[in-house]
Design a binder for this molecule. Sequence first.
Ligand code: PCA
Length: 206
Amino acid sequence: MRALLAGFEPFDGATVNPSWEAVRQVAGVHAVLLPCVFGESLERLRAAMLEHEPEVVVCVGQAGGRADVTVERVALNLDDARIPDNAGNQPVDQPVVPGGPAAYFATLPVKACVAAARKAGVPASVSHSAGTFVCNHVFYGLMHLIATDFPKVRGGFVHVPFAPGQVLDHGGPSMPTPLVAEALTAIVTAAVLVQDDLRLAGGSLH
Ligand code: PCA
């Protein structure tokens, strides 16, 4: 499988990021660790794409508070940071790419990816917002790179819940890392193998 998976370093005072903990457990793919920094994260991703020449790129980030693995569908051309990134940047209402389209859709078969994760025994769903922080920035930047420089690559983004160790004090939804890694394996496999996405309802009412 010529697949590249990206995970993020911890941010917002955390000591782990479940995205990287899970990505590094997926066998048979290239894995790259991205800094939680606007701009630099995308440069690191582009360098890894040039190095490994993947056919599929799936970036993965932490979405604290979500209860399942979510396959993102829409990347927005918008940086609007509620907290500073790991370099102290806090852009407000800036485009990711000046003059770029307002949004891109993931080019992964998102429904098939969700179905594959569920078949592997992991709760998963489609999400229609990756937020406006570094994850959306990387997702949009990835889709722009694909649109401009890497036309044969399929790409997308997956958000994952907190690891259990991150919610010990306050509770809330979490998912064990091996389960997240299972879901990512199923998602990447579906992304490589499935040409035409499944026609299954996956939208949300709000
Ligand atoms: N989650 C953040 C940035 C890095 C990460 O893992 C986000 O959702 O934007």
